[in-house]
Design a protein around this ligand. Structure first.
Ligand SMILES: C[C@H](O)[C@H](O)[C@@H](O)[C@@H](O)C(=O)O
Ligand SMILES: [Mg+2]
Length: 398
């Protein structure tokens, strides 16, 4: 069947607006739970302990990729990457797409990755590759008039169920979520006093949510193996379900040790800052974790997540992608080893459900009572549109 060729690839950033939000979801206004004294490795510097924006968690901003076919159909996607990612998309990756059949996504991915292997492999380069790949899947869906999940093999269940990440697991339970993942507020630099506060918070939340509601801690790479081990053991009596991204993502040996150290039954999870099948192969083959959490906008896109997921399935590991709105929903609904999804509470007080990539996407589906029916995904591509109110700026052309 003759499909149109790819005519042009364009890369934009979003300009203006306090707390731009959107795909760079850490870029929020003052007083938001997501930037309130959350423990990080930068916490060892007092000036950078209160706010992650203070050390630049939001410096990149959003990358918007548009891919236009000869017939005028446009696929797009958003992820984290900003102007540096725009440069790579326009000056480097566009050459592998323009003039090609949009359905050659394996060839295109391979050329983007190995064409940038000498300077990429992880981080923002793979974010940029992911943005292009997601836009390509959106374009393919629009050309076929099919939702992406249909092209990934179809739904294996009728609805998605979500746990909520945010400061208020107690409210998340009332909203119907299956669990609540708290950010960790105190890192090793705050000593035993900080550890005590971390444990007191889980104890308090357990008293509010009862016995059956999942409670997790997201440690955002802030800890060392010893501290993470102590935290896990002290939180065990309060039913901590998993300890997430406790240490430096490059310390595979540390994760391997932590996995041995945690109490029996407690899960170790990580992966949102890992990239490609090779990075996840290391995590899986070294026995670093029970659940991998790739972000489909950072790990290489859908084309790479298919490979990562199959590898995890062979290892008996679950794949619960890091919160990335529709880009992960269309994947999770098609995989048996992805039994639930993450929903990041973007409301400043984590007290109501708001679209994750607001204000950038229109028609972004949100969970109701912690669930989302597969029928909510039944639109071509990823089923969302760019909000025309959001000003786009194209820093580079080619
Ligand atoms: C809540 C965490 O500190 C991060 O902000 C969050 O984005 C990420 O780690 C997650 O798993 O949602
Ligand atoms: Mg996390």
């Amino acid at each position: 069947m003759g499909y149109p060729k790819i005519k042009q690839v364009r890369a934009y950033v979003i300009k203006g607006g306090e707390g731009g939000g959107g795909a760079d979801y850490h870029d929020q206004g003052e007083g938001h739970w997501i930037d309130n004294h959350i423990a990080t490795s930068m916490g060892r510097y007092p000036e950078y302990r209160q706010s992650r924006k203070s050390f630049g968690i939001n410096v990149l901003g959003t990358l918007v990729v548009e891919i236009e076919a000869d017939d005028g159909t446009v696929g797009f996607a958003v992820t984290t990457g900003g102007e540096p990612a725009c440069y790579m998309v326009e000056k480097h990756f566009a050459r592998f797409l323009e003039g090609r059949n949009p359905f050659e996504y394996e060839r295109i991915w391979d050329q983007m990755y190995f064409g940038s292997q000498y300077y990429g492999r992880k981080g923002i380069v793979v974010n940029a590759i992911s943005g292009v790949d997601l836009a390509l899947w959106d374009l393919m869906g629009k050309l076929r008039q099919e939702p992406v999940y249909h092209m990934l093999g179809g739904a294996v269940r009728d609805e998605l169920q979500f746990y909520a990440t945010g400061a208020r697991p107690d409210l998340a339970k009332e909203m119907g979520f299956i669990g609540g993942k708290l950010p960790l507020y105190h890192g090793p630099i705050e000593g035993d006093e900080g550890l005590k506060k971390n444990v007191e918070l889980i104890a308090d939340m357990r008293s509010r949510v009862g016995e059956d509601f999942w409670l997790m801690y997201d440690c955002w790479m802030a800890l060392d193996v010893n501290y993470a081990t102590k935290l896990a053991h002290k939180c065990h009596e309060y039913g901590l379900k998993w300890i997430e991204e406790a240490i430096n993502p490059d310390d595979y040996w540390g994760y391997q040790q932590l996995k041995k150290n945690v109490p029996a039954g407690m899960l170790v999870t990580t992966g949102e800052h890992e990239s490609t099948r090779w990075g996840f192969k290391m995590l899986l083959e070294m026995g670093c974790c029970d659940i991998i959490q790739p972000d489909v906008g950072w790990c290489g896109g859908v084309t790479e997540l298919l490979k990562i997921s199959a590898l995890a399935d062979a290892h008996g590991a679950l794949v619960v992608p890091h919160g990335s709105s529709v880009y992960s929903y269309h994947f999770v609904i098609t995989r048996h080893n992805s039994p639930f999804a993450e929903f990041l509470m973007m409301a400043p007080k984590a007290d109501h459900v708001a679209p994750m990539f607001h204000p950038q996407l229109l028609n972004e589906p949100i969970p109701e009572k912690g669930r989302l029916k597969v029928t909510a995904l039944d639109k071509p591509g990823f089923g969302v549109n760019l909000n025309p109110e959001v000003k786009l700026y194209r820093p580079y052309e080619h």
